[in-house]
Design a protein around this ligand. Structure first.
Ligand code: A2R
Length: 315
């Protein structure tokens, strides 16, 4: 008897791994139709979903799959999966934490340094021949000796903090609960933290509890010399307020890997020379995407064999 799996929006590497191994595992892969659902005769047989973190797995889809046992999300963030509904149906939700910590932390650092040192603008300056025609470009800002703040100090946040330590004058963080044994000071109020730092790095989950957390007053507190870095989810930052703050000069700069309506980026951000933009690639290296795909597979295999999941989402 074949085991029917619905693959939704997986990145190429994960999709290939799933496709190549499916036959050997006795799995039959299916894809959703234009309406986002598999055909009804297939829907009745689906026992597992393998989904990118960028696709919505909502109550309607979960309810369309009566035999569903597991939703294996290929991402650390599972904010687009209706976890409460899955749980109410007894469906296990898994994700791929830890294996991407280093790469996401690296990109946070790259965006920080790239924004302060205006790396893309410097590269463009050389390529456009302006070094020859105009002489040396305007000065940028030193990253060493700045005050750094982290919104979020979980698995990835702590990796970022460790990378910043050699050149930060100070480092503090805001979370809802202080982290026991963390060597960095906890600031209970986010606006206070933003007012105390030069660079604020966002690394919290998306979803209802963090939507718009980086609000206009937070950006105001960060100020005209402040820099915002976001490697979490676009919705955590009030993007309209960010555009206004950047274009009015009330915020110094931004390094952004994530946006509200990906892959669409507001033209004002594209036109702004105060920001560095990347297309949601924090975990997008061969090594990390391989590790994430392996974790997605391991969760599917465990649950479909009646074993506990390897990396279930936390309660
Ligand atoms: O608030 P706490 O004590 O639960 O700390 C968590 C923090 N956090 C928040 N901080 C302030 N206000 C909130 N409403 C809020 N909600 C969560 O975010 C914790 O320090 C951190 C999350 O850490 P982890 O669960 O270990 O996540 P990880 O692996 O660091 O990834 C963070 C996110 C992913 O969910 C993706 O959206 C993105 O990075 O790639």
């Amino acid at each position: 008897m074949s085991i029917d799996i619905l693959a939704i929006g997986l990145p190429a590497l994960a999709d290939q791994m799933l496709t190549q191994r499916a036959t050997g595992l006795g799995w039959t892969l299916h894809r959703p139709g234009a309406d986002g659902l598999p055909p009804p005769d297939v829907a009745d047989r689906i026992v597992a979903i393998a989904a990118s973190g960028a696709v919505r797995v909502d109550a309607a889809l979960i309810d369309a799959l009566p035999k569903l046992k597991i939703i294996s999300v290929h991402a650390v963030g599972y904010d687009l999966t209706d976890v409460a509904h899955a749980r109410s149906r007894g469906v296990i939700v898994t994700h791929t934490p830890d294996v991407l910590n280093a790469d996401v932390a690296d990109l946070a650092l790259l965006l920080t340094l790239g924004t302060l040192r205006r790396l893309p603008a410097m590269d463009a300056y050389v390529r456009a021949g302006r070094w020859v025609s105009d002489g040396p470009p305007p000065l940028s800002r030193s990253a060493t000796g700045l005050r750094y703040g982290l919104l979020g100090l979980g698995r990835i946040g702590q990796e970022i903090a460790r990378r910043l330590t050699p050149f930060a004058a100070s480092l503090a963080y805001h979370t809802r609960h202080a982290v026991a044994d963390a060597p960095w000071p906890h600031v209970p109020d986010l606006i206070d933290l933003a007012g105390q730092v030069d660079v604020l790095i966002v690394i919290v989950p998306g979803g209802a509890s963090t939507r718009g957390l980086v609000s206009a007053p937070v950006l105001e507190a960060l100020g005209p010399n402040g820099v915002l870095i976001n490697v979490a989810r676009g919705e955590v930052v009030d993007q309209d307020a960010l555009v206004v703050a950047l274009t009015s000069g009330r915020l110094g700069g931004a390094g952004l890997d994530v946006f509200d309506d990906e892959p669409n980026v507001p033209q004002a951000l594209i036109d702004s020379d105060r920001c560095v933009l990347t297309p949601h690639v924090a975990s997008a290296t061969v090594e990390t995407r391989n590790a994430m795909a392996e974790r997605m597979m391991a969760n599917l295999q465990a649950v479909l064999a009646g074993q506990p999941p390897v990396t279930p989402i936390p309660d």
